[in-house]
Structure formats: C-alpha cells, structure tokens
Design a protein around this ligand. Structure first.
Ligand SMILES: [Cu+2]
Length: 160
C-alpha cells in the first residue's frame, strides 16, 4: 500500500468514528427531551388541603392561571388521596348558614386566573383513602380541554 493511500484510509476511519460518535449523542439528546411538550402555560400554585380522616372528606384550594393565548376549560379532577374529587362552591344564605353545591364547568379565559379559596370555590376530596394530616402531601390532577392533565403537589395544612 502506497503511503498516500494509507493516509486516506486513516482519514476515512477517523471520519467514520467522528460521525458515529456524533449521531450517538444526537439520539440521546432526542430521548432526553421527549416528554417536554410545552403548549403555553397553565400554572397551578398556592395549593393546600385541609386535614381529613379516612373515608371522610377534605377540601383543597389552589390558584389556576391560564397563561396561554386560548381559553381553556376544566373538565375533571382526581387525586391519589381520595376516591373522587369534585369542584364545589360555598354559598352563604340569608340566615347565616352556608352550604355548598357543585360549581359546574369552569371556563378560564386567556390570561385569567381562577382562585379556589375558603368561602368560595374548592375541590372536595370525597372518601379519603387514608387519614391525611398536617405535613402530608397529596397529588391532585386537573384535566383541561386544551392543555390536558396538570398535577399539583398539595401540602396538608390548617390554613394557607
Ligand atoms: Cu364541598
């Protein structure tokens, strides 16, 4: 083999090595970003839930901010801590008593917030799977028509 051919062969194999390494790192980058789908942001914050007993109820509160360019609609709720979750609103009656009722479907316009708070709207955690006490944290998922499911980590507290 002439020296010039030898050199070409070495250069070729170096090229293949570099290409090989290059494509490997590309594919691992792709798999890292697979689950990062950003559709504009609906954010959940200021979340907390009241303590409660197994098979009993609790109420949870949070703030939902629609930072996307589109109106979104809350469809349903779930939690790892309760058999079911409903959106309720508290109503104060003329005689001073309060009661609550299902709040119905909530539409959140672009850039607006929906604040769940004591005396207003709350998430009712129904049939708790176990006692939840101060210091615990649970997860509540909210399903939106546009952005899909968002999950909040919710600390158990006496008050916010
Ligand atoms: Cu309620």
């Amino acid at each position: 083999m002439k020296p010039i051919q030898h050199l070409l062969l070495i250069l070729l194999s170096v090229c293949f090595l570099l290409l090989g390494c290059g494509s490997e790192s590309n594919s691992s980058n792709e798999s890292d970003t697979t689950n990062k789908v950003v559709l504009g942001k609906v954010t959940l914050d200021n979340a907390w839930a009241r303590p409660g007993s197994q098979q009993g109820k609790s109420a949870a509160y949070l703030r939902i901010s629609n930072g996307t360019a589109s109106t979104d609609t809350l469809l349903s709720f779930s939690s790892d801590a309760a058999e079911s979750v409903e959106l309720h609103e508290s109503i104060k009656h003329d005689d001073g008593t309060t009661s609550m009722q299902p709040a119905g479907q909530q539409v959140i316009p672009s850039t607006e917030k929906l604040q769940l708070q004591p005396g207003g709207m709350h998430l009712m955690l129904i049939n708790l799977k176990k006692d939840i006490t101060v210091g615990d944290s649970l997860r509540i998922s909210l399903d939106f028509a546009r952005v899909g499911t968002l999950t909040a980590t919710v600390p158990v507290q006496i008050q916010q």
